[in-house]
Design a protein around this ligand. Structure first.
Ligand SMILES: [Zn+2]
Length: 164
């Protein structure tokens, strides 16, 4: 989620989250002293929950009733407070960085699998990655499992292999 930084006339730092669909204003009202706080960050800083969509974050963190009562996340502080309230933990900056690198690696791997094996190759790569992600298996364990599964399928009555 992108976090935008503003600074007011009295030097207070104001940080607000805007979804990618929203227009980010050039200035907001400083919640501390009420003066005009102008936008400072040229590039928004990604934070917390790994989604650019503030709507869906709010939908996830609050019940319908709470949202009707006007509860919503607007600042990083509010996000941290709500997470503490719910007992959930966001990724740290370094975890986020790592997760982004993993995602980029995934995209590259899928691309390579696609170039080598076409659509089927890309698809089976995604399947493999998902199975390994869920089970925690490495490649060799996955291959063994796949062989065992293929064997089992081959030995079912409808797929009886030739017995010489
Ligand atoms: Zn201020």
């Amino acid at each position: 989620m992108p976090l935008h930084g503003f600074k007011c006339e009295n030097g207070h730092r104001v940080e607000e989250i805007f979804s990618l669909r929203e227009d980010v204003p050039l200035a907001v009202k400083c919640p501390e002293c009420g003066t005009k706080a102008e936008r400072r960050f040229q590039v928004p800083r990604p934070i917390g929950v790994n989604t650019p969509d503030l709507e869906s974050v709010n939908a996830r963190l609050f019940s319908k009733k709470e949202r009707l009562d006007g509860r919503e996340i607007r600042t990083e502080k509010q996000l941290r407070a709500r997470e503490a309230e719910l007992g959930i933990r966001v990724m740290s900056a370094s975890e986020q960085h790592e997760s982004q690198q993993w995602q980029q690696q995934d995209i590259q791997d899928i691309g390579r699998a696609g170039r080598e094996g076409g659509y089927e190759g890309a698809l089976s790569h995604v399947d493999d990655t998902e199975i390994m992600g869920v089970t925690g298996w490495g490649t060799s364990r996955l291959r063994k499992w796949q062989e065992a599964t293929e064997n089992a399928v081959a030995h079912t009555p409808n797929g009886t292999p030739s017995h010489g």
